[in-house]
Design a protein around this ligand. Structure first.
Ligand SMILES: Cc1cc2nc3c(=O)[nH]c(=O)nc-3n(C[C@H](O)[C@H](O)[C@H](O)COP(=O)(O)OP(=O)(O)OC[C@H]3O[C@@H](n4cnc5c(N)ncnc54)[C@H](O)[C@@H]3O)c2cc1C
Length: 336
């Protein structure tokens, strides 16, 4: 049996972006339902960094606090996965866990984050987010002065070498899938003191979630403490496409195209956080949610005003009409 729920706004995704949007909307006295599958991107990490005032907080603790704050303003948080979306402005339907729940809403916020598509090298998956990393700002401090391997994935890998070599004097660049460095880049790598390894990487040797070594073709291995990879960032765009939108694709990422206020090409649908901005970190994703929540409330306020004016005009017109009729009848009585 299907349960039905209704709200002004349905927010899909209860990460920092979705919850921040929900708090703004809840505080603006909007009815809000957040549908969340509970798998934030940074869940494997012990701490979320560069979160001002909450530096190093556990990502799950941060979201627990965010949920409590949203709920304190009347936001209804539903645990589940939005499996389909349909409808148009003012009349959207979101299916949750198939037919289990239908949420009807006037506006939709897509805050569904992204999937990090990791290189297909054995060992990476097990250590991802612990000792296999992607972002110098998120984890660089934690691996400072350690033995760091940058596993070349694409053009971005050279930039990762540059950033991580600011944090450690022991960085090795395994070219693997990255383009061969140009002569200029080779000179730069030499200037940074970065060794370059050409044979392809066969596997990472991992104990639990701790990477211990990189093994290359031919069997030679290099002991390391951390590995850096450049995933493809694949935003979850299926619901946007179900609502009639088109995703943006590039060799490095896929995302929902949206303007800086999160407005998409589909009327009534906004996108926040990594769903539309693959590079935003925690604080910026939360800021994106705040921006989108404000924009959605502004849009609803304008729609409500237009509706109120229409409603006010109706009785006003009827009274005027009655007055006009009376005047015409009066004129007739007086033979005018
Ligand atoms: C390993 C790792 C470590 C990181 N560390 C840091 C750090 O230290 N500092 C920092 O600033 N940034 C860090 N980041 C980046 C950070 O994770 C993102 O900026 C942030 O998570 C983006 O927030 P979001 O709300 O857009 O998406 P997410 O946090 O990914 O949240 C999206 C939510 O939507 C849910 N969802 C998705 N699809 C559906 C659906 N169909 N129905 C219902 N729910 C759905 C997901 O389950 C999830 O709960 C890290 C990233 C990674 C990969």
């Amino acid at each position: 049996m299907t349960t039905n729920k209704q709200a002004d706004v349905v927010v899909i995704g209860g990460g920092v972006a979705g919850l921040a949007a929900a708090v703004v909307l809840g505080r603006s006295r909007r009815s809000v339902i957040v549908v969340d599958a509970g798998q934030p991107r940074n869940a494997p990490s012990a701490g979320a960094h560069n979160v001002l005032g909450l530096e190093g907080i556990s990502p799950l603790e941060l979201l627990a606090r965010g949920r409590a704050e949203a709920e304190s303003y009347g936001v209804n948080i539903v645990t589940g996965s939005a499996t389909n979306a349909s409808g148009v402005l003012d009349d959207f339907t979101i299916e949750v866990d198939g037919e289990a729940l239908h949420v009807k809403a006037r506006r939709v916020v897509l805050a569904t984050g992204l999937i990090d598509e990791l290189p297909a090298v054995p060992g990476i998956e097990a250590a991802w987010g612990h000792s296999v990393l992607h972002c110098a700002f998120c984890h660089g401090w934690e691996v400072r002065d350690q033995r760091i391997a940058v596993l070349g994935c694409n053009e971005n890998s050279f930039h990762q070498v540059l950033l991580f070599s600011q944090l450690s004097d022991d960085v090795t660049f395994f070219i693997h899938d990255a383009p061969n460095p140009t002569d200029e880049q080779r000179e730069q790598l030499a200037a940074l003191g970065v060794d370059v390894v050409t044979p392809r990487v066969e596997r990472l040797l991992v104990e639990g979630t701790q990477v211990r070594a990189v093994e290359i073709e031919g069997g030679r291995s290099f002991e390391i403490d951390a590995a850096v990879v450049a995933p493809r960032f694949i935003a979850r765009t299926a619901l946007y496409e179900a609502l009639g939108g088109n995703r943006t694709t590039s060799p490095f990422f896929e995302q929902i195209p949206a303007d800086p206020r999160g407005t998409t090409a589909v009327p009534g649908v906004w996108a926040a956080g990594n769903a539309s901005e693959i590079m935003t970190m925690v604080a910026a994703s939360a800021a994106s949610g705040v921006t989108v929540g404000s924009a959605v409330h502004g849009d609803l306020a304008a729609a409500d005003l237009a509706q109120a004016v229409r409603a006010r005009r109706k009785p006003f017109s009827a009274a005027m009409e009655a007055e006009n009729c009376e005047a015409i009848l009066g004129d007739r009585r007086h033979g005018i």
